[in-house]
Unconditional design. Structure first.
Length: 528
């Protein structure tokens, strides 16, 4: 029997395996893919790269690893991130406890033994005391049920299930559905190769420049000289990264128009998510947020030469209430004569035809179709597994109205089950590896505490769960995040209950709340 079974061998699963093994537990990780790497194994579309700087989007748990690994770019691309995951698996001898090509289909809690019985699709079973779900909040691709999709005679590719062999777009008429983060990275590269590119946009995205390039070696040396201090400062930031650019000391509404625009311009030139950290009130005051929105809209109008196309690319929702996109030449791509932007917000795609797409009574021809349609976020990965807790309670039933949880880590009625960086945590707004390390360390401390105090099981109480979800909702109401339909709300999935799923209070507040629960003898939990 195992102490812990980990579902997933991406960045979360790898660290969980290393950490829990290091405290003397018998641990096994399983992953459906033929490789470690998780997100960075699955998402290999053209242009796929991280949107947080490489020196921050990396593990901090081992100083030797931090010092020896040298990133080639400011924002690492998918192949390098996958190499990093494999390097970590080898460096810490993790592969001997990882089963690849193993998809978990069911996890049932056996009340008589206090153990979980986990089953894979090939019939293998494991008995384990604890289960850690490390299958990621963005690992269940969303393929909309477009009428006629099966009849399309060309090739259909999904951004999150990209083929391993190179895809050559040369001479092809390509259609891309979607303008979110993946699409913003894909579109400029496809446009370089394709004969024509037609982009179908429902909601325009705010995109800020990455200003990517070779990693500045002087900056790397400076960070590595005090990596621990750099990490500690980042963990005090709302997002868990970006400490080298602190917010302006005054709110956006208390400075002049000229000073505010100068700060935005500085952040635009810095690149990445820096713009959203310019002022402390951008996430809490719609008037302040609108100044940032209009700054980006002015940038769009200055880049895109056709005023009508520029207008279609200008979002009207608050900036940040959907995931901000970090791009390389996205808006300038629409200056190419062979690129067409089709607005499907008022005239949705009617059907996929054998040779293209029909919308607004017009058929757009395509040889190849790219679905950049995102994920069934947070709940999708968990609900694709038949998870059953006490009394054979199904997680699918428990979450029928939305993902009830406590601390984003546990669910009442499901003992000894932990979820990494899922609903109820700050992972959507935090550098995910910072969030992963925090969650895994908390779980490791919890398991040691349980054994030291002679407890076999731990589970959230229903009152604590209700209070946590109420707190999440109350915090979200004080922000701009409810100002649009986003995957944070499940709005991209037809029929999915609308519930703001991430914790929007910022990483320092969240980490302190988790620490306080532990200090108080795991308040809000029931132990047996």
């Amino acid at each position: 029997m195992l102490d812990v079974l980990i579902v997933g061998a991406g960045f979360g699963g790898l660290y969980a395996l290393h950490k829990l093994r290091s405290i003397g537990l018998k641990v096994q990780a399983v992953d459906a893919a033929p490789s470690v790497g998780g997100t960075w194994y699955a998402n290999r579309y053209p242009g796929a790269r991280v949107d947080i700087q490489s020196l921050e989007y990396s593990y901090s748990f081992d100083e030797g690893l931090q010092q020896e690994w040298s990133w080639s770019e400011r924002y690492a691309a998918q192949p390098e991130l996958l190499r990093y995951a494999n390097h970590v698996a080898d460096r810490f001898d993790l592969r001997r406890d990882i089963e690849l090509n193993t998809r978990v289909e069911a996890a049932h809690f056996d009340e008589s033994s206090g153990q979980w019985l986990v089953r894979s699709t090939d019939g293998r079973q494991w008995r384990t005391r604890f289960v850690v779900m490390a299958n990621g909040p963005l690992s269940a691709p969303n393929t909309p049920a477009f009428e006629g999709l099966a009849d399309f005679e060309g090739r259909v590719l999904h951004s999150a299930a990209w083929p391993h062999e190179p895809v050559d777009f040369t001479g092809l008429d390509v259609a891309v559905i979607g303008t979110g983060s993946s699409a913003v990275q894909i579109i400029p590269i496809v446009a370089e190769q394709a004969r024509s590119l037609t982009v179908f946009q429902r909601t325009p995205a705010y995109a800020v420049p990455a200003h990517n390039g070779p990693l500045d070696r002087d900056w790397e040396r400076r960070i590595k000289a005090d990596y621990a201090g750099f990490r500690a400062r980042n963990r005090q930031m709302r997002s868990g990264f970006g400490s080298e650019l602190q917010p302006h000391p005054l709110p956006a509404l208390q400075v002049s128009d000229a000073e505010r625009d100068a700060v935005f311009e500085q952040r635009w030139q810095a690149g990445g998510f820096a713009l959203l950290g310019a002022f402390t009130d951008l996430f809490t005051d719609l008037r302040a947020n609108e100044h940032a929105c209009e700054f980006v809209r002015r940038k769009i109008r200055s880049i895109v030469r056709n005023p009508a196309v520029a207008a279609r690319l200008c979002p009207t929702h608050p900036i940040g209430c959907k995931r901000l996109c970090v791009d390389t030449g996205y808006y300038a791509t629409y200056n190419r004569d062979k690129v067409t932007l089709v607005d499907v917000s008022q005239a949705p795609i009617e059907r996929i035809t054998p040779h293209g797409l029909l919308t607004g009574g017009r058929e757009y021809k395509a040889d190849l179709l790219v679905l950049a349609t995102g994920f069934d976020a947070f709940t999708g990965p968990m609900q694709r597994i038949d998870v059953r807790g006490r009394g054979a309670l199904s997680l699918r039933d428990k979450w029928r109205g939305g993902p009830l949880n406590y601390l984003g880590l546990t669910v009442a009625g499901f003992p000894n089950l932990f979820n990494l960086v899922g609903a109820g945590s700050t992972s959507a707004f935090t550098s995910v590896i910072t969030a992963i390390e925090h969650h895994v360390d908390w779980i490791a401390d919890c398991l040691q505490w349980l054994d030291a105090h002679g407890h076999e099981t731990i589970e959230a109480s229903e009152p604590a769960e209700a209070q946590w979800v109420s707190l999440m909702n109350a915090i979200a109401q004080q922000t701009i995040f409810l100002g649009c339909n986003s995957w944070y709300l499940g709005a991209n999935i037809p029929g999915k209950p609308r519930m703001f799923m991430p914790m929007a209070g910022g990483f320092p507040m969240y980490a302190e709340r988790c620490a306080a629960v532990a200090r108080d003898g795991y308040a809000g939990f029931v132990m047996h």
